[in-house]
Write a protein that binds this ligand. Structure first.
Ligand code: 4AD
Ligand code: MG
Length: 512
């Protein structure tokens, strides 16, 4: 049975030649004559264990042979270095003990459709891909805390049940709060602003909720957001903070998760380029880029690329289907079936891209100053850059009530003065991943803020305490929010953010 004399797979290094016991689950196995290759996972890694007939008791050899995927067991054996083996070490098995056998585990090493995997997320969490993403996410969360803790910020836990609207009245989760209406928080920002007037530099980090009616790959209804807020800061200061922060997080992931990134097929070389300074565009410049011929050419080239990708996938599918019609061994038939599932889902995705490309091109060409940037607009700008891009100074009318309008006081930082725009920014991750940060300088003038609250149809009474901050020693201040799942998706190259949280919540379903 497992006990504290067991060794973790991650600790096999330095134990070559020693006999150790691993405790874990059977990830995969195959037999070849008198040798069985068992891949064991124990939460710290994978290890190939080789059981040879005659070197383990006969009844153990026999039990292992019929052991189902995900059975729990301990395996004892001698460690040997083996470069070609997963993890770099192997175990020459001398004994094993089955803890709990598993029969017909539903998720086989073959490919499955995403709906099936989401319904089985409680089990799918054990897969190599989910494990790698979970490890990267852990580092991201750790790096976030480390960065702010080491840079003079104080953690403030802001409430989840709130009475005021922080971002957008259209995406509130209402809660019956003892007969009164409250809702789940969309942002900790407003409470954090109070704390910034006490502690100077603060951050909150917790789950946030948006009843988003969109089913995009970028939206969850429950997601984690870290929000720093700083007293006495301007837009330039916020951009600098954000680029240093994101570069630190990326650096930590590169340092601690290289092998996970490799397994996930992430673009490590492009992540190594994530160093300050990031690109800076004003919204007005971004709008000009969207409408430019360069963008139309870029999208046309992309369309051609998608079309040729589609042809290649179709060709490969045809070849595999033909091969499957002939007489193939069972293992090959399984492999073909798995590849076909992957290829068909790729084909569908490429088809959607081909369909969307002209729509996105039209949206970009007809982009009008004054609109918020849409998802496809962000994707285009983000695809055209190899490092994150700050887009600053959006039209006031398109943005939240608390954002400070540009004024001569900030003209230097914003590049010009124009009270039609606010001193805000979004950070777009490169390679098409889009917005990962939204932030701004906050309106610190009592009258101006009250006017924005009224203009947006919010109930000013509810904002009494928020307005008080502008009455008693108001100072220029600002902050931003970074979404954890979107960041993890970017770093791991995962297309859909639902894969970047253990138990995703989306508009159409709460799976588990
Ligand atoms: O741009 P947002 O809405 O900004 C705020 O909430 C500000 N109050 C933050 C601040 O200034 N303190 O959201 C910030 C980030 C986005 O850039 C995105 O990464 C993430 O939160 N986000 C979502 N992530 C997943 N699903 C959703 N539905 C998200 N909505 C926002
Ligand atoms: Mg935003």
């Amino acid at each position: 049975m497992p006990n504290n004399t067991n060794t973790y797979i991650a600790e096999l290094k330095g134990k070559t030649g020693q006999e150790v016991t691993l405790a874990g689950w059977l990830y995969n196995s195959r037999a070849s004559g008198k040798i069985q290759f068992l891949i064991i996972r124990d939460g710290t890694g994978l290890c190939q264990c080789i059981a040879e007939y005659g070197k383990v008791p006969d009844e153990v050899f026999d039990k292992l042979k019929h052991l189902g995927q995900e059975s729990s067991l301990t395996v004892t054996g001698v460690v040997r270095a083996e470069e070609r083996s997963v993890g770099g070490f192997e175990l020459a098995v001398t004994g094993a003990e089955i803890i709990s056998p598993a029969v017909d585990y539903p998720i086989t090493p073959k490919a499955h459709g995403i709906d099936f995997l989401l319904k089985n997320r409680h089990l799918h969490l054990r897969s190599q891909r989910q494990w790698c993403i979970g490890k990267v996410r852990h580092t991201v969360v750790d790096a976030i805390r480390r960065f702010f803790n080491d840079n003079g910020f104080t953690l403030i836990d802001t409430p989840i049940l709130t009475g005021i609207i922080g971002e957008d009245a259209g995406s509130l989760f209402e809660v019956d709060y003892f007969g009164e209406s409250a809702h789940l928080t969309q942002t900790g920002q407003l409470h954090l602003e109070c704390a910034a007037m006490s502690f100077g530099r603060v951050y909150c980090f917790g789950p946030t909720f948006r009843a988003e009616k969109s089913k995009t790959r970028r939206h969850l209804t429950e997601f984690w957001m870290v929000e720093p807020e700083v007293a006495f800061i301007d837009l330039a200061g916020l951009l600098e903070l954000a680029e240093n922060f994101v570069s630190f997080v990326v650096g930590q992931v590169l340092e601690k998760n290289e092998s996970e990134l490799k397994t996930l097929g992430a673009n490590i070389e492009s992540l190594k380029k994530i160093q300050p300074p990031f690109y800076r565009l004003t919204y007005t410049e971004a709008a000009e880029i969207l409408k430019s011929k360069k963008t139309q050419d870029f999208l046309a080239a992309q369309l051609n690329e998608f079309k040729s990708q589609k042809q290649q996938i179709e060709k490969k599918i045809g070849e595999l289907e033909n091969e499957a019609k002939g007489s193939v061994k069972q293992w090959r038939a399984d492999k073909i079936a798995a590849e076909l599932i992957e290829l068909r889902s790729e084909l569908e995705e490429t088809g959607t891209k081909i369909e969307n490309n002209p729509k996105h091109a039209k949206l970009a060409a007809e982009f009008e100053w004054g609109k918020d940037l849409g998802g496809s607009d962000e994707t285009i700008i983000s695809l055209m850059h190899n490092k994150p891009v700050f887009v600053t100074c959006y039209p006031k009318e398109a943005k939240a009530f608390y954002m400070k309008a540009d004024s001569p006081r900030f003209a230097g930082e914003a590049g010009r003065s124009n009270d039609k725009v606010v001193l805000n920014f979004d950070m777009l991750a490169p390679a098409g991943f889009g917005e990962i940060i939204g932030g701004s300088v906050r309106e610190d003038d009592y009258e101006m803020l009250l006017e924005r609250i009224n203009k947006q149809g919010l109930n000013a009474e509810n904002y009494d305490w928020y307005l008080d901050l502008r009455k008693y020693g108001s100072v220029p201040h600002g902050g931003f929010g970074l979404g954890v799942e979107r960041t993890v998706a970017w770093l791991t190259g995962e297309k859909h953010i639902r894969q970047c949280i253990a138990f995703p919540r989306m508009m159409d379903k709460i799976y588990i």
